[in-house]
Design a protein around this ligand. Structure first.
Ligand code: FAD
Length: 295
């Protein structure tokens, strides 16, 4: 029997029983029993403090573009719902963590600021992108990040510049109970037409190499050092491998796609099959880039 949640936690705006299929880009998963959606930093802080005090496990969700959720989750899930305000001070752009990542890249381009073009095809939220140190085309968030605000696992508010060792390839120290609240990118002034052309080129590349017409969660496995996960999966003959409605994309081997009725378990099983086959054929252990959540 799950414990009742404390009153101060229940003061934070929340919804009950939201299917993860509506909260993730892959469109699968069980039910999120408690979805907390604070509209201010103070409400987010109240959430984290109450959970820390009660010793309650919890999770933070962004745009759900890097997630597979297995089964229902009883633990409170935090999803920031801050107003989507962008602040521009000279070349520095600050946005709340709940801001859409692609929309942020578009806003920078519209302001004639260069540096976030790489982000223009990466979905999800800014908070998720900072946490994952998201990147593409040889650039990643740590290249432009100058300040960020977050809550510690105890709920203390911290604002700081990034330090060496805090971010690396698709990794940051922000897992394990930190909540990114906002981030500031230091950009450079550029020619708006050139910035738009670069964004269009990246979009075109994605459109021709990625299965964007089907629900997916981006690259499933990290590239092992010096190698491409997609090439390893492809040369192991796994393109088109299918479990129910979950398939290794025939267009891009490192994408798994949902043909409509796939389940989270099918995706998890398909990932296991791909990993074991790549290990057998190439002797390489693939590390997941997507996260798998289960209670
Ligand atoms: C079509 C497609 C293309 C993609 N291309 C790329 C790419 O080129 N490069 C790339 O790096 N990724 C790519 N991705 C993966 C994904 O978009 C990124 O990892 C993205 O940054 C995840 O953000 P999110 O808000 O969706 O995070 P979620 O999937 O919601 O969560 C991912 C992780 O971030 C944590 N998190 C979320 N919000 C916060 C927060 N506010 N504070 C602390 N932790 C938080 C979650 O707890 C979880 O651990 C792609 C995905 C898709 C679907």
């Amino acid at each position: 029997m799950p414990r009742p949640l404390p009153d101060d936690l229940l003061q934070v705006p929340h919804r009950r029983d939201v299917p993860f299929s509506r909260l993730t880009t892959l469109g699968v998963g069980g039910v999120c029993r408690w979805l907390f959606e604070p509209r201010t930093e103070l409400e987010a802080q109240a959430f984290v403090r109450a959970c820390a005090r009660e010793g309650l496990p919890w999770r933070v969700l962004g745009g759900g573009s890097n997630l597979v959720v297995l089964g229902d989750l009883q633990v409170p899930v935090l999803r920031l719902a801050f107003p989507k305000e962008i602040r521009l001070e000279g070349r520095q752009l600050t946005a709340p963590a709940s801001h859409g990542h692609i929309a942020l890249a578009e806003a920078a381009a519209a302001a004639g600021l260069s540096g976030l073009e790489f982000a223009s095809g990466i979905p999800g939220s800014l908070g998720g992108a900072i946490r994952m140190n998201a990147g593409a085309y040889g650039r990643e968030w740590i290249d432009v990040l100058v300040r960020y605000r977050f809550l510690s696992p105890e709920g203390d508010l911290v604002e700081k510049a990034p330090q060496p060792g805090e971010f690396s390839y698709r990794w940051s120290f922000l897992s394990g109970g930190h909540v990114v609240l906002s981030a500031t990118a230091d950009l450079v002034e550029g020619d708006p037409a050139r910035i738009r052309a670069q964004v269009a080129e990246y979009r075109e590349k994605r459109g021709t190499s990625q299965p964007l017409s089907k629900r997916n969660a981006g690259c499933i496995f990290k590239n092992p050092p010096g190698q491409s996960a997609g090439r390893l999966i492809d040369s192991a003959g796994l393109k088109g491998l299918r479990l129910g409605d979950a398939e290794v994309s025939p267009e891009h081997a490192n994408f798994l796609v949902n043909h409509g009725r796939a389940t989270a378990q099918e995706f998890a099983d398909l990932m296991d099959q791909v990993r074991s086959r790549v290990l057998e054929v190439h002797g390489v252990t693939l590390e997941p880039e997507v996260e798998i959540w289960r209670e």
